[in-house]
Write a protein that binds this ligand. Structure first.
Ligand SMILES: C[S@@+](CC[C@H](N)C(=O)[O-])C[C@H]1O[C@@H](n2cnc3c(N)ncnc32)[C@H](O)[C@@H]1O
Length: 482
């Protein structure tokens, strides 16, 4: 089997232009000695080793000892047969993450594998957690490559990696960021999204020196603007330094964060089979209307319209407290759900093995969902928020909803969320999706600073404001069972 048709976990070759740029960053005009050692961990087909050979030929510089480490036997063999006729070059087939660190290197360069924790089995996860400080939360193998590579960097040595930018801001990489702050992070270069073709990784080149100096880091953003700045201490996110305009939210004028003034900041309902539960209103059989609630998906929220407009409805077999209604109490909805094709589709969902076959994929928090609230899309070009004043609209999984404790905050909060300050903060702090869009996540929304002026009466923030009487009466089903 050839490499072309045999999947190698985490194999993504680096284009030569990027390799040459990174090799220039690695040597940075320094005089390199024959005796020095350079490592390419996860060398794959040897893109960086070939780049170093090109650099040496082009600049008439001595070639250091170049070692590639590759896990995949066939790749290692092929790369060795191509490059190891040069006595300065060596390819070792081994697991970079599981071999005890021995030799140290003056230079480390590479494109480590992007393999998320979701692709690791339980044994691997447990083992990495014992070996690496950076193996926390939803870690990725490239983060562990960083940790190990920094451990084996000679004093004064230099490392250049291209990786996804995600480690600069996700919570699960805070240990890695803290660890990197013990080194001199010289440069962060955000690369165009399409450097790796169709694979959108939001690539970032990181240059680190093993030095006691803590000089400001040079940061190049995707628009090509360069600045120098001190990275935040400890494991704090580097996102605000890297992304977008500098938000002018002033911490001293903030009294709160969104989660503290809300009863809920969450993703909408995941049914696991929207094609069964969601209808166009005019296509819904008459006898099912009493089980139906207006519903919005992210695509229904149109930034050019301030109002929520939807023609879709969701059939909800839950009561106002979010309890699944027994099938025998569902009347015509029971009849619809019992259709053999509907049953077959619902049973295909992964959740069907652990809950009643007609339950939603996730239990819906109906008592919160049916309150006056603010909605936003999960993925958007710009953050934007819509008001659901009646509380009747049911957000689907592609919509986030925000339920303020104090209903009188609905308007000012929505206005604040749609304002420049909150928008800039969200652009700086949210993850990137494809094509420059941002991905809203509840853990980021919850941290959004709220200005002092917005929350004047803190008595309103003490407890949940839910008053079941105030709920829009959920027709029939809710009256029947609640
Ligand atoms: C993103 S690819 C980069 C390949 C090459 N360096 C390049 O830039 O073209 C990462 C490589 O790391 C290898 N790899 C994955 N896990 C590894 C491990 N634990 N030890 C050594 N190599 C590994 C993969 O087989 C793959 O070839």
């Amino acid at each position: 089997m050839t490499r072309e048709n045999r999947p190698v976990r985490g194999f993504v070759p680096t284009p030569d232009r990027l390799v040459d740029h990174m090799v220039d960053l690695l040597f940075d005009g320094k005089a390199v000695a024959h005796e020095e050692r350079l490592l390419d961990p996860g060398c794959g087909a040897g893109a960086f080793m070939k780049g170093v050979l090109r650099w040496s030929a082009r600049t008439h510089s001595p070639l250091p000892h170049v070692t590639g480490i590759e896990l995949d036997k066939q790749l290692a063999r092929e790369t060795a047969s191509q490059l190891c006729s040069n006595p300065q070059v060596n390819v070792i087939q081994e697991d970079f993450l599981r071999t005890r660190p021995g030799e140290k290197y003056h230079y480390v360069i590479g494109n480590p594998p992007y393999v998320s924790i979701l692709q690791l089995d339980e044994r691997e996860k447990a083992e990495y957690k014992t070996l690496y400080r950076s193996a926390t939360g939803r870690f990725d193998l490239y983060m562990l490559f960083f940790e190990r590579a920094l451990q084996i960097l000679e004093p004064g040595g230099r490392l250049v990696f291209v990786t996804p930018e995600k480690f600069t801001y996700v919570d699960s990489a805070s240990s890695l960021r803290a660890l990197m702050r013990a080194y001199d992070v010289r440069k962060l270069e955000l690369l165009p999204e399409n450097v790796f073709g169709d694979l959108t990784t939001y690539p970032l080149v990181t240059v680190v020196e093993n030095s006691k100096d803590r000089r400001p880091t040079s940061i190049l953003n995707r628009e090509g603007d360069e600045k120098t700045a001190a990275l935040p201490r400890g494991g704090a996110s580097w996102g605000p330094l890297l992304n977008g305009p500098k938000s002018d939210l002033k911490p001293r004028r903030m009294t709160n964060v969104l989660s503290r003034i809300c009863d809920r900041v969450s993703c909408g309902i995941a049914t696991g089979a929207d094609e069964i539960f969601v209808f166009e209103r005019n296509e819904l059989p008459d006898d099912l209307h009493k089980f139906a609630w207006p519903t919005v998906a992210g695509r229904d929220l149109d930034p050019s319209k301030g109002r929520i407009e939807t023609r879709s409805v969701m059939l909800i077999p839950y009561n106002a407290h979010g309890t699944l209604i027994p099938l025998e109490d569902l009347g015509p909805l029971r009849q619809y759900l019992m259709d053999p094709q509907v049953v077959a589709r619902l049973l295909k969902r992964t959740c069907a093995s652990r809950k009643p076959w007609y339950a939603f994929h996730e239990n819906p928090a109906m008592s919160q969902i049916l309150r006056p609230k603010i909605l936003c899309k999960d993925i958007a070009r710009q953050p934007a928020f819509w008001l659901d004043r009646s509380g009747e609209t049911v957000p689907r999984h592609s919509v986030y909803y925000v339920v303020p404790k104090d209903e009188s905050l609905l308007d000012p909060l929505c206005e604040y969320l749609n304002g420049k300050q909150a928008r800039d903060w969200l652009i700086e702090n949210c993850q990137r999706a494809a094509n420059g869009f941002i991905r809203t996540q509840s853990n980021v929304l919850k941290r959004l600073p709220i200005p002092y002026e917005l929350v004047t009466d803190t008595r309103n923030l003490i407890g949940p404001m839910l008053n079941p009487q105030r709920l829009h009466p959920m027709p029939t089903v809710l009256e029947m069972v609640a």
